[in-house]
Design a protein around this ligand. Structure first.
Ligand SMILES: [Zn+2]
Ligand SMILES: [Zn+2]
Length: 392
């Protein structure tokens, strides 16, 4: 069999992937000069950053290394969904009596200035002395859902770059010049907020199973076989447990593209430590836990619909009703690692993302419309040729 070209580009190929591209760019550049002062080197006083190869903090000046410790009884635990919602509601009621909602104060360790945290970027710089600061309280504040676990960066920037090169070379209908030059730009290491949900679901369904049969109709030259469908009632009930339904909890990115980077290897999760973020940008969630679950429920419902169709069976199915109950809902709030890049080709900006745990690459790319046109013409020739042969 010959290799089939992929489908033509989607209509929204011109839309930016990162809807608020500036927010991550700014966040990335601010911390990118690797001056995070919250982890000074014990050897020389320079700044320690998270080192991917050793999975520890490392000083780029004197080579000093500091392990990130986890005690044996620490584990990444599932949290009670409704328990947290009730807790947040309580805090909201308390908070409405207080001034300055949604703002948190952080002190700059360099100059002592007091800063207000209002954005969803948790790594930033002091507007008074330009020292990079990690807005630590944002991740531990009891007014927000705390981070349960981090998946530390596994893929070094150089490996991400190599994967990006291979990705560019693998693209169909890409301009030759782009394939030769590749995507050039600055990679930003970013931890994005996610919620994962577990739930035991119980589903009752009612529908019809369709079975095809064929009848011969017409006479003489018009005699032919026609497909008919006989319908039988079908209903039932079943339970299914969903484990780790992953939902991106940041609005600044195009959900579908980032979703294509899944799966993330969840067995590499470790309990949250600020040290893991040193040298990277981390965003706090701006999709609330409840809304995150609604997105998770959409995914679960789609899977349940497929289950129902499979259970109804036959050649085709009609689904009249599905009723599902979601029990034992638990969640985890995670930070997952990505390398993000914006590159320019012929004065147009494109964005790509690399899963920094698996190396998987997805993103925007330029298309060669000339190549697509010729491919379409070639396909048309094959179709017309085929018709000509069959009509001979
Ligand atoms: Zn040092
Ligand atoms: Zn300062």
């Amino acid at each position: 069999m010959s290799q089939q070209p992929p489908p033509l580009p989607p209509h929204d190929a011109d839309e930016p992937i990162f809807l608020e591209e500036t927010s991550f760019e700014e966040g990335g550049e601010r911390i990118d000069d690797e001056k995070g002062r919250i982890f000074p080197c014990e050897g020389c006083g320079a700044d320690l950053v998270f080192h991917i190869k050793t999975q520890s903090l490392k000083c780029s000046h004197c080579g000093f290394e500091k392990a990130i410790g986890f005690s044996e009884d620490e584990s990444v635990d599932e949290q009670d969904f409704y328990g947290m919602l009730a807790h947040l509601q309580e805090l909201r009621e308390q908070q409405s009596d207080e001034e300055g909602q949604n703002q948190q104060e952080v002190q700059c360790e360099s100059c002592g200035a007091t800063l207000m945290f209002v954005d969803t970027v948790t790594s930033s710089e002091c507007p008074y002395c330009a020292s990079p600061i990690q807005l630590e309280k944002a991740h531990t504040s009891d007014k927000r859902v705390p981070v349960d676990a981090v998946l530390p960066f596994q893929i070094e920037q150089e490996v991400a770059r190599q994967n990006l090169r291979s990705w560019v070379k693998s693209l169909w209908f890409a301009p030759n010049e782009f394939v030769e030059k590749g995507a050039e730009g600055t990679f930003h290491g970013v931890y994005l907020p996610y919620f994962t949900f577990d739930s035991m679901t119980s589903t009752h369904y009612r529908g019809q199973r369709g079975e095809h049969y064929y009848v011969t109709v017409g006479t003489g030259k018009n005699r032919r076989q026609v497909r008919r469908t006989r319908w039988y009632p079908a209903s039932g009930a079943f339970q299914r447990f969903f484990d780790d339904v992953v939902i991106l909890a940041s609005r600044g990115l195009k959900r579908q593209l980032i979703r294509e980077l899944e799966p993330f290897p969840m067995h590499l999760l470790v309990p949250f430590r600020h040290a893991l973020l040193a040298g990277f940008t981390a965003r706090t969630y701006d999709v609330e836990l409840e809304d995150g679950f609604l997105l998770g429920k959409e995914r679960i419902d789609a899977a349940l619909y497929s289950d129902v169709c499979r259970r109804i069976g036959g050649d085709t199915q009609r689904v009249d009703s599905i009723q599902s109950q979601y029990d034992a809902i638990t969640y985890k709030h995670l930070l997952l690692p990505l390398w993000l890049m914006t590159y320019k080709y012929k004065d147009k900006l494109y964005q790509v993302a690399v899963n920094a745990a698996t190396g998987e690459v997805h993103g925007e790319r330029p298309y060669s419309w000339v190549k697509i046109l010729f491919a379409s013409l070639a396909a048309a020739v094959v179709v017309i040729g085929g018709l000509a042969l069959s009509n001979r």
